[in-house]
Ligand binder design. Sequence first.
Ligand code: HEM
Length: 401
Amino acid sequence: MNFFDEIKRFYLTFCFYVGVVMTLISPGTWIWKCFGERKGKVRLINRDLICDWKTLIDEGKSFQPLDQFTTTLSPFVPLFLIDNPRQWKSRRDLFRYGNPHLDQRIDQLTFDVPLPSHKGDYLWIIFPIVFRYSFELIFQRKISEDEFNRIYPGLVDINRMLKRISSRPNEIYRSNFYKEILRLINDKSDGFLFVQNENFYHLNEIDQVSSVGEDFLTTLSVQCTDLVCHLLILYSDYENEFRMNFDRCFDETLRLYPLTDIWVRQSKDKKNNWIGSLVQLNRNGWTKPDDFCPQRWSNKTIDHPPLLSWGFDIRRCPAQQIATKLTKKLFLSFVDPEHFWICKAKNFHHERTFPYGCQLWIDYGIKPRHAQQWIYPNQFQMKVKRWFHEKIRMIDQYEFN
Ligand code: HEM
């Protein structure tokens, strides 16, 4: 590589990090802003940035997990799987076993909890509702209030870090979460998802807890809540499109707001490790890439890149089917009641993560004429808080290693 290429690499890496550290947008979005429709790979100092889906697919299958850099720059669940190369296969096997059971259980569940009338952040209203359903799916019974009080604060603590509302874990909440999940596993109740699965009980204690508590309970609750929130925000602007064809809107929502921001993988064949931004990969090569345009999914013959929001290779999301089913059922149960109306705050900027919450006004009956004008308070304080926690978190997790 010649001298000028080296300089270019340093310059691009510098721009990337400065943007990540200084701006208030996620790394994946920053990559989209910097590199846009570029094709092929961009060489950074220690990684190759993959810019388009063809180059990504050409990388081929990789067994390698996401690495720590991913959680640091863009917190992502499931947490333990990301850099745990030892156990991921056995835990994926558990998924293969759990998936059809969960799929059946979702069909049997009644989704009858309406959203309360409220003007403000719905994320923390929807989260406990989804958590209760997720618990029911895993243990096939409703959660008791005592159990809720021991588990839920730990889950909120995890989600607050993912949303950059805090940057350090609350050890008491996390420890209660751990102990309660362990107790439930050891109870071996009839409805427990893995009670008949010997392989599950051969895992170490920490892997058992992490599998149930993180891979299933946390991930179901966090990911499905986020996706429902994205759908609700878009529904407030595109109600007709949603009513006409929900499936297209669902894919388009995931294209614009993938739940993962960036991927960082060790490459196979001793090539450079690579980094990819789902925000960019899902826009690069699409017409009107930033617009919500569900019609683009209507004609299968139109040539457009694939939707990458569920991953693309051997490590792609094993829960796509159940996550889709659960999210759709939840969402439809929320918007179906008669006279339901929804309006997002005028000053709310829809982002992939929810650093400012999910600011909606939802009610039933006649929509007031001034509804579009409502604004949510404390926006500036939220921005400062977000910046602070995001940066503390990066330093705390040795992102600069
Ligand atoms: C709701 C929407 C969801 C989306 C968009 C999504 C997306 C993804 C993506 C992009 C990956 C990374 C794939 C890769 O590295 O190539 C992933 C991995 C994973 N997801 Fe999902 N996911 C969702 C929901 C869930 C849910 C509800 C669960 C659990 C019940 C789950 C369990 C997992 C697991 C275990 C992995 C790690 C797979 C591995 O490392 O082999 N996901 N998901």
